[in-house]
Ligand binder design. Sequence first.
Ligand code: NAD
Length: 412
Amino acid sequence: MNAFANALTQLKKAIQLGGLSAETWEFLSKPQRIINHSLPVRMDDGSLRMFESYRVQYNNACGPYKGGIRFHPKVDLSEVKALAFWMSIKCAVVGIPMGGGKGGVVVDPKKLSVTELERLSRAYAAMFAPYIGPDKDVPAPDVYTTPQIMAWMMDEYNKVTGTEAPGMITGKPLAVGGSQGRGTATAQGGFYVLSEVVKKLKLVLGKTTVAIQGFGNAGSVMAGLVQKAGYKVVAVSDSSAGIYNPKGLVLKEVEKYKQSTGKLTGFPGAQTITNEKLLELPVDVLVPAALENQITEKNVGRIKAKVVLELANGPTTPEADEKLFKKGIVLVPDVLANAGGVTVSYFEWVQNLANYYWTEKEVFQKLERIIVDSFNEVWQMAQSKKTDLRTAAFIVAVGRISEAMRARSWIN
Ligand code: NAD
């Protein structure tokens, strides 16, 4: 399954149903710029290794490119292009003045020492310095990149450009210009969206059951938020397996067990199940929060949830999307459900440019307003076009990007 081909299928559908122009398709079906560097890194044993790396600058009609840098052994250009495209859509869905970009380095960071990881991160920032910056392209963390890596990249960028520009990257530690709330923003945004969906579907909180695939940054924070709000979290999973207790999981115990053993398998307060089985449980809300391509043509017939909230990027294939819609399952797409992360990244950039910092309460108040307004706009679009929420979100976003491109006379 090619991620970029899936992304273009979603784009084509939105352009057709939204009545958007052929020139919009022409412009948005390709990235504006792809930069590719081999990064030389001196390893601890004195040897030299070259690492393939990318930055895809997809579209900047609405503002500077914005998007994370992924460190992963399997990252490739097609994946980075898809992620850069989805970032353009995501920023436009929530109406923040930024475009879409993404970066990637082909590396297994778990096999590097801390000093090797630092040299690699600094090499990326130095090599890409001519193309990134607070008013050009603003990277952030993604899979296997961390606030510490952002701090190294900012430090290196500032050295090679002779500036002091914290706004050249987001997701930084608080001590060097990070934002309050950034660490939990993705799940927080997803939680605000879920609260709106629950109201629309008139689900009863105390009785609403939730299963979450992935117990990392996004998934574990989401589990805590929904449980605190009164939902019943009955299943969670990590790469080892899933755990299921129809009466509800005691999350504190789950976290303790995961911390001490490093995995969820064998947790005594629940039945161990496979990740595949978790997706098919009889729950009200299913939250994929791990990987791409989890709900596909093969298992879509067995999905029983009423709501699928995509905290992960790209967990559902286009074929499965259509089938879920036909079955009446409400799927809240990644570009809306996980947009809390990029929205607070945008807040971080704004605070860096102003050199004036907000409290966590201010951050979450602003986030809630943006996410709830965006959800309502997408919901109304879906009703008026009689379509699914993903296509509706794309119509809203592509409409905004195409308006900006027309104002710049890039398209007619
Ligand atoms: P993470 O690395 O913190 O957590 C990933 C989780 O997925 C881990 O619990 C891991 O064990 C689990 N996992 C890995 N392989 C699995 C498998 N085969 N089956 C089931 N679970 C598996 O990552 P994260 O930051 O929580 O990101 C998760 C997803 O959310 C990704 O798709 C990411 O792109 C998306 N996302 C994250 C953010 C953010 O701010 N963290 C923002 C937007 C989107």
